[in-house]
Design a protein. Structure first.
Length: 282
């Protein structure tokens, strides 16, 4: 299963129009629930309403994705919209803008799930998005049967108020220097996570990627990511694991090219697990 997912521009001043969103994820504009068996307590609120309400709060859509329907059914067709506020930025040590926080909305009109919001970070240096929610930075949900603009504003305010804590974690990662052994283990565990295997599990012990694979994962694509601090190493690994375009092989096995994760749901899941894995080293 692969998703339709599209981004425009580099996250600075280019945002998606509704026409562009409709082209990539038409379910955003569904006018009725996709599941005819929804509860009578279910209040249908389409994602377009959330887009309009987030725009009132200064958050504009920058990327969108939609799961392809299984067969002829659209019940399982979850979709995602990522938002960015041009006035809320994360500055680097030199005072220049280093990243933008993002609010990532996932929703489905099947009457079975709430609106779910995650908070992410968009790094300008690599045009790469990180999803940083974990146990400490939890996701936020709004149930369809109780949606109000006031509740949405409360969720957004809560996420924005929590941003200094997220930046502090980034700072702690920047001051944490990794040994070669720690870097190699982080890269190996990241590959296991992409494969759906829990690091440290019995199944994980059966997977041992060769040294060239680990070296390739840890090799930064740009000068700005060179270094041994946890933040830089994590970003190098995260980009490789989610975007692919490198070669990997289990010890003694055939080399294969690792490709970009195409499912936005898997990318969100992998991002969160990678972040949790990395911050455990702080």
């Amino acid at each position: 299963m692969s998703d339709i997912i599209q981004s425009y521009g580099k996250g600075l001043d280019t945002y998606l129009s509704k026409e562009q969103i409709r082209e990539q994820a038409p379910l955003v504009f569904a006018e009725t629930p996709t599941n005819p068996d929804v509860s009578n307590k279910y209040l249908f609120v389409n994602t377009e309403t959330i887009i309009d309400d987030l725009d009132k709060l200064g958050w504009k859509p920058v990327s969108v994705g939609q799961r392809k329907a299984r067969g002829k059914s659209t019940i399982f067709s979850k979709h995602m919209v990522s938002f960015q506020n041009p006035d809320i930025k994360i500055a680097g040590k030199n005072g220049e803008t280093e990243a933008f926080p993002r609010i990532i909305l996932t929703n489905s009109h099947d009457g079975m799930q709430a609106f779910k919001f995650s908070v992410g970070i968009y790094r300008l240096v690599c045009s790469n998005g990180l999803v940083v929610a974990d146990e400490e930075f939890s996701d936020f949900k709004i149930k369809h049967k109780g949606y109000t603009f006031g509740e949405l504003r409360g969720v957004v305010n809560q996420a924005v108020e929590d941003l200094p804590n997220r930046v502090e974690v980034m700072n702690q990662m920047q001051s944490t220097i990794l040994s070669p052994e720690q870097k190699s283990k982080l890269a190996l565990d990241a590959m296991l996570i992409r494969a759906g295997i829990k690091p440290g599990s019995e199944k994980a012990s059966e997977f041992n990627y060769d040294e060239e694979t680990i070296i390739d994962i840890l090799d930064p694509k740009r000068k700005e990511d060179e270094g041994d601090d946890l933040w830089k190493v994590f970003n190098v690994i995260q980009e490789k694991i989610t975007q692919g375009d490198f070669h990997a092989a289990l010890t003694g096995a055939k080399v294969r090219k690792v490709r970009k994760i195409k499912s936005f749901e898997k990318e969100l899941e992998v991002n969160k697990k990678l972040f949790k894995l990395a911050t455990a080293l702080v």
